[in-house]
Design a protein around this ligand. Sequence first.
Ligand SMILES: [Zn+2]
Ligand SMILES: [Zn+2]
Length: 407
Amino acid sequence: MNPTLLALLIACGTPTASNATDEPRWLRGNTHTHTLWSDGDAPPETAVAWYVDNGYQFLVLSDHNVMQTGERWFDIQPDGRLTPEKVEDVRTRFGEAWPQTRTVEGIDSMRLRTLEELKARFEMADDFLLVPGEEVTSSHRMAQIHINAINVDEALPALRTGSVQDTIQDNLDAITDWGRRNDRPVLGHVNHPNFQNSLASSNLARIDGVGFFEVYNGHRSVQNERVGDRPSTEEMWDLALIARLTDPKGGEMLYGIASDDAHDHYDPDAVSIPGRGWIMVRSDSLDADAIVKAMLEGDFYATTGVELEDVSVTEDSLVVDIATRPEITYETVFIIATPGEDGVRTDLVRTTADPAVHRFKGDELYVRAMVRSSRVHPRPYQKGDVETAWTQPVRPAAGGRSGDDPK
Ligand SMILES: [Zn+2]
Ligand SMILES: [Zn+2]
């Protein structure tokens, strides 16, 4: 629906207790960004400020195998990752007193601000939140196994166990166990499966419980797209979903995430910059536990720019209501997986209607939607990319988002 029309309808309505903060709303967030705490090119405050300034409600700084805690001094060097110009930029943007610098034995350095300090500086009650996290960065032989731990605020060691699958599962289980011990909702998302041809759809298929993975990662070396015989991350999603949901033991959903994986916070056309992909999570409060809970229920979508008014599953349909913008056209593709005698058939049904509606026949294994706009991405992963959104797979039953018996 056109947002202007919606605003008009709201404006004409009877005033109610509309300031209540417990009204569910879509929160824009990125769960994957790096800073100088690991291999990013910016002090954390510079990275965070971009997201604050660009309309995000939450951000996870997901440095490799480290939390932003403790005292850490970073050398300032003209040809290093922290240059005198970057320190000057911090001083200009955040005030004379903000950067803490020192000189020891002739070497200048700046102290990296901790997550606690960043929270104190940037968080705003209903507007911006830093969710703690880490990119648990492991490997098995040639396979890179990177998993983002979301809402975990102590560094979990990267486990390396007997196989690719065990390494994935053991790291995911360590995240789940940490959440259980700390009585906190947490989740782990498997990152960039095609990076260095590391993972296959079968690895995603065999993740225990509800799974999360990056269907889109903005880093230009991760290969989201199909190359030769190697499926795209989106094709891997369907292959894994079909395997999971036809598993006689009752496999659960696999949800798709879009993220930046930003390392480069200065050059707007660098390999991995902020603003390429993000998620929209429907939550009644800007709170890390509430955000993770909503994600565990599949109440979010992934996007590189297309915004949705609503995604709803009723008894008889999946409805995708697009927040259309003038001069831009939209095509929704419903991906419909249906079991048959010769295995699972996948049909693509296209529509330019808004809202886009798929009426359940009742025998679908799952249905998901991809909405592609005509708008060229202003900060693209690949030149010419158009803004796209992916809704989560659902099953044709009321409340059938996750955990139901597939039969
Ligand atoms: Zn990674
Ligand atoms: Zn990363």
